[in-house]
Each structure stands twice: as structure tokens, then as C-alpha cells.
Write a protein that binds this ligand. Structure first.
Ligand SMILES: [Zn+2]
Length: 72
């Protein structure tokens, strides 16, 4: 389980970027994930803390990795 680097909460949600599927829109609506920018850059946070709002976990590593993943 991930925890917030700032407040140690484990209420962590994933940030999503780009176009959303209907399923992802539902998840945003129920606060399971949060909507990031429509474009992505290496400094974009991967996770967000629902307790304090801290955003963390840069996505840079993924850009070196296999980033194109349609199935979440
Ligand atoms: Zn926090």
C-alpha cells in the first residue's frame, strides 16, 4: 500500500492523463482516481494524496519504460 510522503496517509489515488474511457470517467467521479492534465510530461505526478492534496511520484520513469498502456 502506498502512503503519502507528506502526511503518511494511505488515501492515495492515481492521477490519469490524456483521454478518459467511460470507465475511467466513472472512477474520477467516485474519487478513485484524479484527472491530471490532458498532456503528460516527465514531471507530472503519478499519485495524489486525498488527505492533504500532495501530488507525488513523477512519471518520468514510465516515459523511459513502456508508457503506452491502454488497459489500466
Ligand atoms: Zn498527504
Amino acid at each position: 500500500m502506498k502512503s503519502c510522503p507528506k502526511c503518511k496517509s494511505n488515501m492515495i489515488i492515481e492521477m490519469v492523463y490524456g483521454l478518459l474511457s467511460d470507465e475511467m470517467s466513472d472512477a474520477v467521479g467516485s474519487n478513485k482516481i484524479d484527472l491530471g492534465a490532458s498532456t503528460i510530461d516527465p514531471s507530472s505526478p503519478e499519485f495524489k494524496c486525498r488527505s492533504c492534496g500532495e501530488e507525488f511520484g513523477g512519471l518520468g520513469k514510465f516515459l523511459n519504460d513502456e508508457f503506452i498502456q491502454d488497459d489500466l
